[in-house]
Design a protein. Structure first.
Length: 180
């Protein structure tokens, strides 16, 4: 219990001294920052090579990877659906072509019947084409949105990298004595 109270007091002291930025006031971020320092991945918290930048880059990377995984899953589902619909369309077109070939062989005896069958077949093809165009358009919209989100996340990451190259009067560097 005393060890926990000591830890909480040291952490509160860092908060009061503004040594840890407010956006990192959560146990997960604090743990990660301590681990970066312990493992020697960083030797300071501030700066473009510091623990804060390292942690934020990890968060951005996870967010981008998550967006890409969502996009892949979404595309996989929609491509399967589109493939089934295309297969149905091809089957219908072949079936329609067979009907047209049969109608053509009986042309001399059934000119009127051929005209009716052709008109009916043409309407089916147009209806199926219109449905396919609508389906493609409805499937393209979420894909565009997911790509735009991914591009936006990449844009934010590049802005963060560019901002990290500048020194905006960072807080003083913590010493080992201050950490206790």
């Amino acid at each position: 219990m005393q060890q926990k109270n000591d830890f909480l007091a040291r952490r509160q002291k860092l908060y009061d001294e503004k040594r840890i930025y407010e956006q990192f006031y959560n146990p997960i971020a604090e743990y990660q920052l301590r681990e970066y320092l312990k493992m020697g991945l960083v030797d300071q918290l501030e700066g473009p090579q510091g623990g804060y930048a390292f942690y934020l880059n990890e968060l951005h990377t996870k967010r981008i990877c998550g967006s890409i995984e969502e996009l892949q899953a979404y595309l996989g589902q929609k491509l399967d659906t589109l493939s089934e619909q295309m297969s149905t369309l091809i089957h219908e077109v072949r079936r329609t072509n067979q009907k047209l070939a049969h109608l053509q062989t009986t042309l001399s005896a059934c000119c009127t019947a051929i005209e009716d069958g052709f008109a009916r077949t043409s309407n089916q093809i147009q209806s199926m084409s219109a449905k396919l165009r609508e389906e493609i358009a409805s499937q393209a919209r979420p894909i565009r949105e997911a790509v735009q989100r991914s591009e936006y996340n990449l844009y934010l990451a590049s802005l963060r990298k560019e901002l990290d190259q500048y020194d905006y009067g960072r807080l003083r560097r913590p010493t080992m004595d201050d950490a206790h």
